[in-house]
Each structure stands twice: as C-alpha cells, then as structure tokens.
Design a protein around this ligand. Structure first.
Ligand code: ZN
Length: 680
C-alpha cells in the first residue's frame, strides 16, 4: 500500500520546511516537532522517506558503507578500494520509545560468545539509520540511557559498543527527527539542544483547511493508490528539488553581512552558547539552496531563525514557546544583508520575496484550493502585541488585601529546593530522585541470566561455572561455561517518582503574601521534579471539597499552569484533601505499579470544614501512613503564636515536617533528606 504523500499534507508548512531543510543539509542537525495528538506529525515524517535521495552502498555491507568512502572501522570491512556499490533508497528508521539498549546499539550473542567461543555482533538501529533518518516518536518519553546513547552517536557520528572485552565501532551519521506531545512531558534540555530545528504544530483553525485535511484523508483511505497517483508529479518535483538543492548547497555564499545579521539576532534573543549561530547559519544556507539562490538573503535568515532559535532562548521550562517575530523583523530590518553578487543567477525563484514557496510547490497539482490559507507571516504579526505575559497580574487586578474567596496570588521566582526522596530501594523508571535498582549505575550484585539483558557480571559467571568444570570433563585451559552459569550485573541508580502535591487553598492560607510563598515553593519543587523526570499531580482543597486539579502526568508545565491560576479562600477540608490524595495514589498504583509516590501536603494544618475536622484529618493521615505512602508536610504556619497543627499532622502521616521557609536548599550541593525511621 502506498504511504501518504508528503506533498498532500496540508496546514503544516513550518514542519514541512524544517524537514526539507535538514534533508537538504543534514548538518543542520535534525528536527523536533512539538504538537498535540492528531496533527499528522508522524504521517509527515514517514512521508518524507519517499523524498530522500537514494544512497549508494557497498554490496553486502550491513553498515551501509559508501563505496566512495568506506568506513575504515566497518565491522564488515575492510572493503577493498574500488569496490562496487548499488543504490538503495535512504532509510527511515523508527526507534521505538521502549527499545532495549541491545536493539539500539546492536548486540553481541552472549550465549554464543561464551558457550561456542564465537564473537557475533548484530547491528542495531543506529547502524541501520546510518546515512538516513532516525525517527523517534514520543521522543520526550525515551528512557534516559537511550537518550545518552543517541546523543553520543549523534555527536560523534559513530556508535561504539564496548562489552566484556569485545569492542565494535561503526559509523552512524543520521538525521534525527523527533516528535512529541508537550502535554505528556518535556524533553531533557541536553536532548532538546541536540535538535537543530524545532517546530510547533497545531491542528489548523481555518474551517476550510480542516475540511481539506479530512477530504484528503478520506480519499486516501478509500483508495491509497489513486490518491497517491494524484500527487506523483508534486512528489517527484519535490524530490528533484531536494536533490538539486543538495547539489547546489556547497556553492551557496554566506556573506559577511548575513553572518553578522545572524550573530546579531542570536545575541538579542539571548541564546545559550554558539550552537544557535551555527545552526541558524547552516539552515539559512540550506534555505537559500532550496530556493535556488546562490547567496543567503534576508528571507533565508528569517526562515532559519524562526526554526533554529525558539528552543535555544535562555528560559525556564514554563515559558511560552515560540519566538517574538516582531522583534525578529526589527533586527532584520528591510534591507538585504549583502549586495547580490554580480552574476545574476537565472535559477532564482521567480516569485515575490515572501520567503515561502513550499506550499506553492505542493499545490502545483490539481489540488489548488488552499495555497492562500496557510499562515502568512503578515497575518500572524497582527495578534502579536495582544498577548500579555502570562502569570503577571497587571495593576487591574482586584486589590483585595485580605482573603477574598477565590483570589489568585502571584508566583515568585523558583529557587533550588532540597532533595526529598522516598526511603528504601525502588524499581521504578530511571530518574534522579530515589534510590532504585536500574539498568545503569553502580553494580551492586549479580542475578542469573533470564534470556535478555546486556551487562554481564563476569566474576559471578566464572564463579558459577567453576564448580562444574570436572563434571563437564574439562581437560584444557579454557573454562567450560554453560547457559545456566551466566550472571548479569544488578545495578543501583536512581528512579523517578510520582510527586503528588496536596495543597491547602483555604482562607487561612489565602493571605496574599503567604499564598505567594506557597506557590513559589511548589513551583520550585515542580521545576526540580521536571529535572528529576518525575511524574507530578495536584490535589487542592478549599471550601467544602477537595479537587483533583491535575491527574498524575509527566507534564510539569501543565502542573505549573494549574498552579498559576489556583484560587484560594474558604474553609479547610483537610480530611477530604488527604482522602482525595489517597484515592489518586491507589488508582495510580494500579496504572504504574513500580512508580513510588511521594506525597507533599502543603498546609498550616488548621482543618475547619465539617464536624470533627481535625480528628477526621488525623484519621485520613494515619490511613495514608498505613498504606506505606512516603509523605512530606510543608508547614505554612507563620507568625509568633503558632499552633503546631501541621507538625502534628506530619506525625500522623509519619511524614517529614518541613517549614515552608526551609524548602530551599541551604547550600549549593544537593541536600540529603532524613526521613523518620520507617519500614521500607
Ligand atoms: Zn562497510
């Protein structure tokens, strides 16, 4: 069955352009596409595969060596000079989020190596992606150790496999394309920086465009071949244009004026390091080549900056994405950065200088209705000044000083909090919070081989084989090792947890200053949770009831947004809050049994809602403790005369008690938490 044609995807111009630029110039460094579900992200990436120029490879080489420049370390080599090659389509290799390390970097046949003495290496996905595209859907959910493998390979252009004395090195140069839904959690900053370009994608708002998306999808599903045939001409034209741009790329001139302009833009947008300048320059050159120009123009720089800079601005994880395009245009000015070189190039784009013609390309088929609709920069600019910075309450806010029910306090600047952990040793997903048995880390023991796993514990294996040598009839110097002797290393590292906040938003907390301190402390813990790759959730209670404001999610951004608009006021149903938290944790334990929770109760402990409020809250606390939930009480009581209710609550919860002003880490090194003695 034919796959969906690249040129048939509508309403995703930025994404199409970014994919094309990195295909024209792989050194741009790949593309990250962020957007909600159902925005044709994966469809478009897969469709791109059909447009990639073919590669010539050495026959029989599993590592895709180029006959003109074979990899000297190729495990299938050395290939003789003048070896013949054959052309095959460039590959699109998909790396599943749950892939094992073996699958990614390849594996040695442990069993064959040890029992038959044969060293056999099976190439992994990194080898398969060499000279092609490596696609990771849901890249934000990729395990840490896979991210590290990917980053190493991407940085070095090769993959190194070192295991138990056998080492294999092979070339692995690929264009990295990742897609993700930011609602499901953010990407580790190191990995984010690894992508040359980023694109935000949303479903089109324009009804005409939406209808066209559906119309095409239905037509494709009804008859993929007939639908594909309608786009044959456009597909071939785009593929040829990519190939032509690739060929023309080395001759494109990046003038001094253009280079200075790029440096100026990167400097004004306060990007970290020099990577942004380099990527913008490369993308601008690729954009010029794509448009058949011989030198980089203002439009090339503009297009490149829009894609290369948004994720490189110095920002905290909760800032709005995107780039201030009005500012970009001000820096760019109206003039061309460099005078055009004397020989006018006939290949120049005949169209006006609106900087975007990809969509026109797609529309060169009979599908002619939607070319005008996709976002023109001009139209977008008009909404720009309207958007006020989120989170800052302007002067127009009701200036109620007291605890008006439902008042919303501002949030201060996040600080670095102490590290709070769950006691004992867990087995959850890798992260940076509590101690756990993990796939990487310090070796702390050995366990019998159970059919898979990579880290062999050599001493333990030898020890296991040793007693059987005579019975197995060993005569020579070699050790006779059987499958049952194999031992794998047990490693200890850190896991991520579920940090569930249970926040008192009642009247006694609502004094503006206090709520601000509370929100700032929670925001700091959320930022910390983001870095430690935790899941987070948010329960609040005020008035008569508790509310699960945010079910456990990896999106710390979503939690920060809920927190930002959290209203405060009313009575304090503390017991209801704790019960809601307990229920949430019970449900989550079924969904994600290995992830251990850390409950953070933020309150002054003054339960006031309903009869027997204090006693009921103590009962609820005791039940959580009996369930073995690790907890922490952030005590919000301030002032000279304190009732100590939060401290008492902490005792019932068997939780650590931390005054809110002691959440910040006292020193720059990570503080180690002390938890009261508990059964692990
Ligand atoms: Zn080779």
């Amino acid at each position: 069955m034919r796959s969906y044609p690249f040129t048939a995807v509508v309403g995703s111009d930025d994404m199409a352009l970014a994919l094309i630029l990195t295909t024209v110039a792989p050194e741009v460094g790949g593309v990250l596409v962020r957007g909600e579900k159902g925005t044709a992200k994966s469809t478009m990436v897969r469709a791109l595969a059909g447009l990639l120029p073919a590669v010539s490879v050495v026959a029989g080489c599993r590592f895709s060596c180029d006959p003109a420049a074979a990899d000297p370390t190729c495990p299938d080599g050395p290939h003789p000079d003048g070896v013949t090659g054959s052309a095959r389509p460039a590959r699109l290799v998909e790396l599943p989020v749950g892939a094992t390390e073996d699958r990614v970097i390849g594996s040695l046949h442990l069993e064959r190596a040890l029992t038959a003495g044969v060293t056999e290496y099976e190439p992994g996905l990194l080898a398969a992606a060499h000279r092609g595209l490596l696609y990771v859907d849901e890249v934000n959910l990729l395990h840490d150790h896979l991210v590290d493998l990917l980053l190493d390979a991407a940085a070095m252009g090769r993959s190194t496999v070192e295991r138990e004395g056998v080492s294999v090195v092979h070339a692995a140069r690929f264009v990295l394309v990742g897609t993700m839904n930011p609602e499901e959690g953010e990407l580790r900053p190191q990995l984010l920086d690894r992508f040359g370009l980023t694109v935000e994608i949303a479903a089109p708002r324009d009804p005409g465009l939406r209808a066209e998306v559906v119309r095409r999808r239905l037509a494709y599903d009804a008859d993929p071949d007939a639908f594909g045939a309608r786009f044959d001409i456009a597909e071939r034209a785009t593929a040829q244009r990519i190939a032509a741009a690739r060929a023309a790329l080395p001759a494109v001139v990046l003038g001094d004026g253009a280079l200075t302009k790029i440096a100026e833009i990167c400097s004004v947008f306060e990007v970290d390091g020099m990577r942004a300048d380099i990527v913008t320059a490369r993308a601008a050159v690729a954009h010029a080549a794509w448009h058949g120009r011989r030198y980089v123009t203002r439009d090339d720089i503009r297009a490149a900056a829009r894609l290369a800079l948004p994720h490189r601005r110095r920002r905290n994880p909760f800032d709005a994405p995107g780039l201030d395009e009005e500012l970009l245009d001000r820096i760019l000015g109206d003039e061309e950065p460099d005078p055009p070189p004397p020989p006018p190039s006939p290949a120049d784009e005949p169209g006006p200088d609106d900087g975007e013609s990809l969509d026109g390309e797609a529309g060169s088929t009979d599908e002619g209705t939607n070319e005008q609709a996709p976002a023109e920069p001009e139209g977008a600019r008009e909404d720009q000044p309207v958007s006020a910075p989120a989170g800052e309450s302007p002067a127009g806010d009701p200036p109620s000083p007291g605890a008006a029910p439902g008042s919303v306090a501002a949030t201060g600047k996040a600080f670095r909090p102490k590290l709070f952990t769950v006691a004992g040793t867990g087995a959850g997903a890798p992260g940076r919070r509590s101690r756990a048995i993990t796939g990487s880390g310090r070796t702390v023991g050995a366990t019998p081989f159970a059919g898979s796993g990579a880290a062999l514990h050599l001493t333990a294996t030898v020890r296991a084989a040793a007693p059987h040598q005579r019975r197995r009839g060993r005569t020579g110097p070699g050790l006779l090792v059987g499958r049952d002797d194999l031992r794998l290393a047990v490693r200890q590292g850190r896991e991520s947890n579920l940090v569930l906040f249970c926040v008192d938003a009642s009247g006694s907390m609502a004094a503006r200053k206090r709520m601000e301190a509370v929100k700032t402390a929670i925001l700091s813990l959320l930022t910390d949770a983001y870095q430690r790759r935790d899941k987070v959730g948010l329960v609040t209670f005020r008035g008569a009831a508790a509310d699960l404001l945010l079910p456990p999610t990896s999106s710390v951004e979503a939690a920060a947004r809920r927190l930002e608009s959290l209203p405060a006021g009313g009575r304090t149903p503390l017991a209801e809050g704790l019960r809601c938290a307990a229920h949430t944790l019970r449900v989550e334990r079924i969904r994600d049994p290995l992830r251990r929770p850390l409950l953070v109760v933020v309150t002054d402990g003054r339960a006031t809602a309903g009869p027997d409020a204090v006693r009921r809250s103590q009962l609820a606390a005791a039940e959580l403790a009996a369930d073995g939930v690790a907890a922490l009480v952030l005590d919000c009581e301030t002032g000279r005369f304190r009732m100590g209710l939060a401290a008492r609550l902490a005792r019932h919860l068997q939780a650590e008690h931390v005054p809110i002003d002691e959440v910040a880490a006292a020193v720059l090194t990570t503080a180690v938490t002390r938890r009261p003695g508990r059964v692990a």
